[in-house]
Design a protein around this ligand. Structure first.
Ligand code: HEM
Length: 416
């Protein structure tokens, strides 16, 4: 019986090759995803460089909470930067303090430390302030002929939000948004040495500007986020400097990906032909449904890496300890088994709990409440202001990266 089981087991080499990941524009043109689910036997696949690829919702749901699957080790995640042969001490500093490359038992207490300041309750304190920020930006946007939404609305909105929440000067928050965008180039899957260097430069400015601002805010005691962080570090017996560095690295997505998603949120509604001015239901009820559906169809993070920390078998495939797993969260959100007619933007859907936008398990996104809150407030204000909009020219998704974000969104907006 034991022998039978062994013979039935497949190895990583037996898995079908997912060729789409070798094309240049795989992260821009996502038309390769739907056919994955039309195969006779959808399931785990393999990338040409040897990693396992998970795209089915049921596989991702099982793997995201598997006890022997963790973040990818820092040494593996930073290998491409070392191979680029350039010095990049700032990116290494980023990975030293970020939870992104931590495994258990180190990961859990640090994750709790950095997540607690951003609980839904803590974030809700800033909803009113953010509504005021959105109103100001809406006035400016509607007075202009047209705007580029990411640069002229989403990024300033995010910078003003963090200036408020962390009680930091606006010019420093603006600089942190810019530096976070540059540092994010480190996550291009096929970055050139020049891009790695430029990302490293961005990481230096990001770390220095933000940690310095957090130190000053901490001394003044004026931000509930920073106060909560300090309460957590007291309990862990951690020094202030270390806690500030961990928190600053956690906020990289807060300064970059939040703006990317606010842009995608508007695009997803406009693409579906929905005008805020035509919404007849309660603005907040609408904005929650709009957030859930936009973040299902267009999650800002296309994939992240996980790694097996012990030998395991999943779906009859033997995954040796150390196997790297590409988790295609976006594909899981478009799996017709749970989301019928997946490319259709549909405000009411079953199976919201099966959405994989923010990964899941111990490693679930630490900033999901920030993005949800800001997106809901922004959309609700647009509904209240009876906004109408029109996308001005075709949009493009950013190429060759693990994020799913628009380079630009030229749009004309008017208030009712
Ligand atoms: C729409 C916007 C965002 C999306 C789609 C997103 C998505 C994700 C995903 C898929 C993961 C991996 C989860 C896993 O492996 O289970 C992740 C992790 C993480 N995200 Fe986000 N994220 C977003 C915004 C943010 C923001 C605003 C912040 C911070 C304020 C943030 C901080 C983090 C951190 C620190 C982790 C690592 C968590 C850990 O180490 O356990 N993210 N995010």
């Amino acid at each position: 019986m034991m022998r039978m089981t062994k013979v039935m087991q497949r190895s990583v080499e037996d898995l079908p090759l997912l060729e789409a990941l070798d094309t240049e524009n795989w992260s821009q043109d996502l038309s390769w995803i739907a056919p994955l689910f039309e195969q006779d036997q959808p399931g785990l696949a393999r990338a040409s460089w040897g990693d396992v690829v998970a795209y089915r919702n049921s596989d991702l749901t099982a793997l995201r909470q598997h006890k022997d699957i963790s973040h990818q080790r820092a040494a593996d995640q930073t290998a491409p930067y070392r191979e680029a042969g350039v010095p990049y001490p700032s990116l290494f500093e980023f990975f030293d303090y970020s939870t992104f490359t931590m495994q258990q038992p180190e990961h859990r207490p640090i994750k709790q430390l950095v997540s607690k300041p951003m609980s839904m309750q803590a974030v809700s304190v800033f909803r009113e302030g953010f509504a005021g920020i959105v109103q100001d930006l809406l006035r400016e946007a509607c007075a202009a002929d047209s705007i580029e939404f990411r640069e002229q609305f989403a990024k300033p909105a995010v910078a003003r939000f963090w200036a408020l929440a962390l009680d930091m000067p606006l010019d420093e928050s603006v600089a942190t948004v810019e530096a976070a965008g540059a540092a994010f180039e480190a996550f291009l899957l096929t970055g050139t040495a020049e891009q790695v260097l430029s990302a490293d430069h961005g990481a230096r400015i990001y770390i220095d500007t933000l940690t310095e601002a957090l130190r000053r805010t901490n001394a003044r005691g004026t931000s509930p986020f920073v106060a909560e962080l300090m309460a957590g570090r007291d309990a862990l017996g951690m020094d202030e400097e270390t806690a500030i560095k961990h928190f600053a690295m956690t906020l990289l997505d807060g300064f970059n990906t939040t703006g990317a998603f606010l842009t995608t949120q508007v695009f997803a509604l406009a693409e579906a032909g929905i005008q805020p001015a035509s919404v007849e239901v309660d603005p907040f009820q609408f904005s929650t449904a709009a957030f859930l559906e936009a973040s299902r169809l267009h999650p800002s993070v296309l994939l992240t890496m996980r790694q097996a920390t012990a030998d395991l078998v999943h779906d009859d495939v033997f995954l040796p300890s150390g196997t790297n797993i590409v988790c295609l969260w976006l594909a899981g959100n478009r799996d017709p088994e749970f989301f019928p007619d997946p490319l259709r933007f549909q405000l009411e859907r079953d199976n919201r709990a099966r959405q994989l936008t923010f990964g899941g398990g111990h490693y679930v996104c630490a900033g999901r409440n920030i993005v949800q809150s800001l997106s809901e407030v922004m959309v609700a204000e647009m509904v209240r202001e009876a906004v109408t909009w029109e996308i001005e020219s075709p949009v493009e998704w950013v190429p060759a990266t693990l994020t799913h974000e628009l380079g630009a969104l030229p749009i004309r907006m008017r208030r009712g």
